[in-house]
Design a protein. Sequence first.
Length: 227
Amino acid sequence: MNNTLALSGITKGYNHGKPNEVQVLRGVDLTVREGEVVALVAPSGAGKSTLLHIAGLLDTPDTGTVMIGGEDMTGLSDRRRTAIRRAGVGFIYQFHHLLPEFTALENITLPQLANGVSERAAKARALELLDTVGIAERASHRPAALSGGEQQRVAFCRALANGPALLLADEPTGNLDPDTSDRVFEALMTLVRATGLSALIATHNHDLAARMDRIVRLDAGAVTPSV
């Protein structure tokens, strides 16, 4: 089985050369195979957001290599990195970041239009995704009229709208109460399995992590398999 994501020897620090220099990542090696869902468990401040940003080409490591779909991201132009990120990587954050003036359907349609998809096809894809997570009937509602769990489901659909091979999620249910978190996580897993993509999902929730294919821990700047 091929790797969708492969990180090798990733280091990242801040305030280089200064007395208060902070080394966040210290030689991280991590792979996510095709169709695999990996839980990234880390204590607060361990650098999981930094790691996800590097994996998703939103940031660059000080040293090491990032491979996505077998292609080395080192030295690529900003335009090429943006194209790969837009078409090949989906992002989900703790807060949904939906555009408040647009409906659920429009929030999922817009990224597809930016990627050159026709409006008709984009709307059909958006409705299909909303149906997969069980809220197709809320397609015409703006975010303010949706519950927290519904807003996050829309965010999930938006992240997958362009059919990425890789999904990166940073505490995707962290803002939700336990019952809602469980239901929304099930919706996310249904969506991930239905589309067959690979996912790296950071979470503090050990119960949710246990429902993924594999667990790795980020601690002291390094990734290790969970025992």
